[in-house]
Design a binder for this molecule. Structure first.
Ligand SMILES: [Fe+2]
Ligand SMILES: [Fe+2]
Length: 168
């Protein structure tokens, strides 16, 4: 279903569509993270990915909770944006031989994923509140906070060593 699908007529339709888009994205991320964990050599980066894999399992569960609260079927709609971000990450990381440069590429790719999630959850929370679903907004807010923390940690790891070492 395209973004401007005929099936989207109301704010509620748009909210549900975007919920399904993020549901697809989180599941796609769940599949991509194990290979990123495997490729990462920096222990802090590897541990960060491992921790975020566990958090991501929780994000999927929270989305299921929101679908239930809102009384709609939990089903994914293809999200070409996350497919593109992950495809690019796999292409770039497949080309890098130097381990430190590879870590920098993985951290950058992961940040692109986090920023995507942050923008989607921010929108979903605003729309949930607008639709009078503060119960859904509260659940989504907990995930947003974890995405922001994951992003901040990636920035810290990247700034502190990866980019410096890769440049030397
Ligand atoms: Fe997530
Ligand atoms: Fe995330």
């Amino acid at each position: 279903m395209g973004f401007f699908s005929k099936d989207i007529k109301t704010m509620d339709d748009l909210f549900v569509h975007t919920l399904r888009d993020v549901y697809y994205a989180e599941n796609r991320i769940l599949k991509a993270l194990p290979s990123m964990i495997e490729k990462a050599t920096d222990p802090q980066l590897k541990a960060g990915f491992e921790n975020h894999l566990k958090e991501t399992e929780g994000h999927v569960k929270r989305l299921l909770e929101v679908f239930q609260l809102h009384g709609v079927e939990a089903k994914p709609v293809t999200c070409p944006a996350i497919d593109g971000i992950i495809k690019e990450a796999e292409e770039v990381s497949g080309e890098v031989a130097d381990k430190e440069v590879l870590d920098a590429a993985l951290a950058a790719a992961a940040q692109a994923v986090e920023h995507y999630e942050i923008t989607r959850y921010g929108t979903l929370i605003a729309w949930a509140n607008q639709l009078g679903r503060s119960d859904c907004a509260r659940v989504l807010q907990r995930t947003l906070e974890e995405e922001k923390k994951a992003d901040a940690l990636l920035s810290k790891v990247a700034m502190s060593k990866l980019n410096m070492r890769a440049a030397s």
